[in-house]
Design a protein around this ligand. Structure first.
Ligand SMILES: Cc1cc2nc3c(=O)[nH]c(=O)nc-3n(C[C@H](O)[C@H](O)[C@H](O)COP(=O)(O)OP(=O)(O)OC[C@H]3O[C@@H](n4cnc5c(N)ncnc54)[C@H](O)[C@@H]3O)c2cc1C
Length: 461
């Protein structure tokens, strides 16, 4: 069961002469079905999506993005905007229409003195960290190094540094945006402040971001990280310990719990830590984790920050079939923990699991209206990830994640816009929470015709 149609909009027959003129005006490539690079370019991380854009504009820079937006609008084409291609619900590829592919725009410039970085939207976290760590600097990024900076930033950005330095949006200083009418705008605290607010959590609804400026912080290069791993049969005890320990953790420590299947291993429950403060203080901070219970493995210690950033990569390879569900939990109650236990024991695919991320420390102290990301008071953010390899197994794997979430939902509040899955349309408003009306008014101002709608969509007010 792959998806070949939910995003289809009629692709009006585009005049060949118009396509030829568009192609001739690009510095990058224009790909069409049958071109050698076409099939590779339309693939995204989630193998569930086998969509075929009519055209793929592989942009080389902002000028190409402006041309692509104008071309799609003038020819009535649906657009899909691709950054890192990691969208769970496949928003970065369309059937018919024009895919604006930013994957070749990967430049990153670090200013070590100002502790800032400017990055293009096709960059992935592995590349961003590579450049910033050369100066012992970093900003909050995602847990999988292959994820794009663009989509992750625009939805919020939960990562290993968020308890100390806030979410990725809290570290965004400025962004350049091409809006639906083809204008190029800079949004920051001084210019287009309303747009800047909306970009920080509004998920690509307002235009194509062609450049991001981030605040950086001194991090590593060695931090205290890694995981302590227990048998999944101990899930109840481990999650109860996690609940109490995470509540009291200092800002320097971000700690997640995960039910995972490491390569060559049975299902385990892991406590995954990133302590980004002084190493000599960190040992005492993580000691309770290291001395809790009888772990199968203790792999928590000094490691490069870059290694922490790719710790879980092997578990989420590109091309598998994925289906996800997630949201926020105000607490990890005993009843909610029982749900985790039950579904850890019944997953139909060994590759599936759940990762509990957090919005704690600095990330939780921002006002929930300061940016468009609203959920600052719900500390736990579980994302259930079903993963399987054979299309014939789709139904049971989708059902497992759905049922798991249905059982957890009574304990949940809110949803994380970047963790919404393919059938979460009815949860989009919940994800934008109390900021939805303001976002809808902004959408009306910057994209009144809802040109950018392959995203967790905000309808123009
Ligand atoms: C393995 C994995 C691990 C993850 N871990 C984390 C995590 O630790 N923390 C976290 O917060 N999230 C995490 N996520 C979720 C992730 O933040 C989202 O999937 C995010 O949307 C991916 O961004 P992308 O650029 O790679 O994806 P894409 O599929 O390219 O884009 C995602 C969305 O953003 C839009 N978009 C992309 N680029 C632009 C742009 N330049 N301008 C405007 N709109 C754009 C797209 O149109 C699409 O709607 C993870 C996802 C995966 C698959």
């Amino acid at each position: 069961m792959t998806d070949r149609g939910t995003s289809t909009v009629s692709s009006p027959s585009i005049k060949e002469a118009a396509v030829a003129a568009f192609k001739a005006g690009l510095r990058g490539q224009l790909l069409r079905p049958g071109d050698d690079a076409y099939d590779g370019a339309r693939k995204i991380w989630n193998g569930m999506f086998d969509r075929r854009p009519a055209l793929i504009a592989r942009c080389a820079g902002t000028a190409d993005v402006i041309s692509a937006v104008n071309f799609a609008r003038d020819n009535g084409l649906q657009v899909a905007v691709r950054g890192g291609g990691h969208s769970f619900p496949g928003h970065s590829v369309c059937d018919g229409g024009l895919m604006i592919d930013l994957s070749r725009m990967r430049g990153i410039r670090v200013d070590p003195a100002a502790r800032t970085a400017q990055a293009q939207p096709g960059a992935k976290w592995i590349e961003f960290d590579h450049e910033t760590q050369a100066f012992g600097l970093a900003t909050t990024g995602g847990t999988a190094s292959d994820t794009g900076i663009a989509g992750l930033t625009l939805g919020g950005g939960l990562g290993w540094l968020s308890s100390k330095h806030g979410l990725t949006v809290d570290n965004l200083l400025s962004a350049d945006v091409v809006t639906a009418d083809g204008r190029f705008l800079t949004a920051n605290a001084k210019e287009n402040q309303d747009l800047f607010w909306g970009l920080r959590g509004g998920s690509g609804n307002f235009g194509v971001v062609t450049s991001f400026d981030y605040q950086l912080h001194a991090v590593g290069p060695t931090i205290l990280g890694g995981m302590v791993v227990y048998p999944v049969a101990k899930a109840r005890e481990v999650l109860r310990f996690y609940r109490e320990f995470s509540k009291a953790a200092p800002d320097e420590l971000t700690i997640y719990a995960g039910i995972l299947d490491p390569p060559d291993s049975e299902t385990v429950i892991a406590l995954i830590c990133c302590y980004c403060g002084p190493l000599d203080k960190g040992a005492a901070v993580v000691r309770p984790v290291k001395s809790f219970g009888s772990p199968l493995q203790d792999a928590l210690g000094p490691i490069p920050y870059a290694a922490q950033q790719s710790l879980t990569d092997a578990g989420f390879p590109a091309g598998s079939y994925y289906y996800t569900k997630g949201g926020f939990l105000p607490d990890l109650t005993d009843e909610a923990i029982e749900v985790f236990e039950e579904y850890a024991a019944t997953k139909p695919s060994p590759l599936s699991g759940v990762l509990v991320q957090t919005v704690c420390g600095a990330a939780s102290r921002f006002d929930s209206k300061a940016t468009a990301f609203p959920h600052r008071r719900f500390p736990y953010a579980p994302v259930i990830v079903s993963q399987w390899l054979d299309a014939a197994d789709s139904d049971k794997n989708v059902a497992w994640a759905r049922d798991f979430w249905r059982a957890l939902e009574p304990f949940a509040s809110g949803a994380y816009v970047n963790d919404l899955g393919r059938d979460d349309e009815d949860r989009i408003r919940i994800a934008y929470g109390a900021n939805y009306e303001r976002l809808a008014a902004l959408k009306k101002k910057y994209d009144p015709d809802n040109f950018f709608r392959l995203n967790p969509n905000i309808k123009p007010a």
